[in-house]
Design a protein around this ligand. Structure first.
Ligand code: AMP
Ligand code: MG
Length: 414
């Protein structure tokens, strides 16, 4: 607490660190998604409901990793070339002979099942062939170029764990294991609102003082990538009654309600008050920049997440708090986005006690350059940056040349 700046309690309520806020999310919320079976072709992006146990070994049989000659390793001379008569031939998908007699080599191709007895494959580049005899170079290792049964996944092993969001390689693995379809979590239903009397939606022309709503389409896009069913709640006017009534109605029909804007302490900000009046507020201030005002509450059993209105703050808080919450409700294991180390091209002073995310461009040498326009409302600072540089709570000064973690923006949205 001592590290938090003095404005922590300025408007009532403790300001939480990001880690504490995340821990509270994990503690207070649990999975809401059901389970359904989908065909493998529809499984991309869905969350595996149960551990997937391999029904067969992968590969199912010992086979060759190269085009070449299968041999008994003990038939090879260690220091000189070895010449062996060629006995039989197996291509991929064809049955191999029952066994390879000692003193013979067997012509074999990538993916073909090994004849029993053979324990090593010499790649054809290391062989010379004359008539029906093959001469192999010395120096081959026992077991070379052999793929063993089950070396990828043994039968009965957990091939993919429950809670995994299925990515294209996972689909490949499931297919290789003979899976036609699998049980996944049902999509969450998320009601999404923008708030603000200044917001307009095309094609309506902008009236003086208006801006077009950027957050709802942006957040809907983030949610759709997570295979969420988005319920468009529209734009809420800046009145207490409308905000309260809309949030209460949405909480009755959605698994989660997300708003943006109207969550600060001004008299035009009604989201926090609405959460307090119809539900219970869990927190509403997190020590993170951009994005300090971000509220989480619960109405009956439906969580309500109030993101800040500035688009950059909305995106950062969605990624840092909304995503772990969504993963929790969806039954997904939450994997924090990977950080890459980059050298900072710039120096920076910051207040202690809050985590800061700076938008940076990475050059070819992994040097991070600060995006020059850093306002929380500057949308092009997101479209033209590569990564968020993460400055920890305790830091007060970043020196040029320091190596710091950065989160590629593309991975935040994935
Ligand atoms: P608020 O958090 O409601 O005080 O809004 C902070 C700033 O973000 C204001 O400049 C708002 O106009 C802007 N803002 C709020 N919501 C949106 C939105 N959905 N799209 C674009 N800008 C917004
Ligand atoms: Mg507003």
């Amino acid at each position: 607490m001592a590290q938090l700046s003095e404005d922590c309690f300025a408007f009532g309520g403790a300001m939480l660190t990001l880690d504490v806020a995340r821990a509270q999310i994990a503690e207070a919320h649990t999975v809401k998604a059901g389970v359904e079976t989908v065909a493998l072709a529809d499984a991309l992006g869905r969350i595996l409901a149960h551990d997937f146990i391999a029904p067969l070994s992968l590969p199912p049989a010992d086979n060759s990793a190269v085009d070449g000659y299968a041999v008994h390793f003990d038939d090879l001379q260690t220091a000189a070339p070895t010449t062996l008569p060629v006995h039989g031939r197996t291509a991929a998908g064809k049955l191999s002979p029952a066994s390879l007699p000692r003193g013979r080599a067997h012509r074999i191709f990538t993916g073909a099942v090994m004849p029993t007895g053979a324990d090593t494959v010499v790649m054809q580049e290391d062989c010379t062939v004359e008539a029906d005899r093959v001469t192999v170079k010395p120096g081959i290792r026992r077991g070379a170029n052999l793929r063993l049964t089950g070396e990828d996944v043994p039968r009965g092993a957990v091939a993919l764990a429950a809670g995994r969001r299925l990515m294209p390689p996972d689909v490949g693995l499931l297919a290789a294991l003979g899976c036609l379809g699998t049980e996944v979590r049902t999509p969450l239903r998320v009601a999404l609102f923008s708030t603000g009397d200044e917001l307009a939606t095309p094609p309506a022309p902008l009236q003086p003082g208006q801006v077009y709503d950027a957050n709802k389409p942006m957040l809907a896009a983030l949610l759709r990538r997570l295979r969420v069913a988005v319920i468009d709640g529209g734009i809420l006017p800046d009145t207490a009654a409308a905000t309260r009534d809309a949030l209460r109605a949405a909480a009755g029909s959605a698994d989660l309600v997300i708003t943006s804007g109207g969550v600060s302490a001004g008299e035009e900000d009604h989201v926090r008050a609405a959460i307090e009046s119809v539900g219970r507020l869990q927190f509403w201030r997190v020590a993170i920049k951009p994005g300090r005002p971000v509220a989480l509450g619960v109405l009956n059993t439906t969580p309500l997440l109030g993101l800040p209105g500035n688009p950059v703050a909305a995106l950062v808080t969605f990624s840092m708090l909304g995503r772990p919450l969504l993963d929790r409700l969806a039954g997904a294991v939450h994997l924090p986005p990977p950080r890459f180390l980059a050298r900072s091209a710039f120096g920076y002073r910051k207040k202690p006690g809050r985590r800061e995310y700076l938008r940076v461009q990475l050059d070819a040498d992994s040097v991070a350059h600060r995006y020059p326009k850093d306002g929380a409302g500057i949308l092009t600072s997101l479209t033209e940056s590569d990564a968020l540089m993460e400055l920890p709570e305790a830091m007060t000064a970043l020196e040029p040349g320091e190596v710091v973690p950065c989160i590629p923006l593309g991975l935040l949205h994935g």
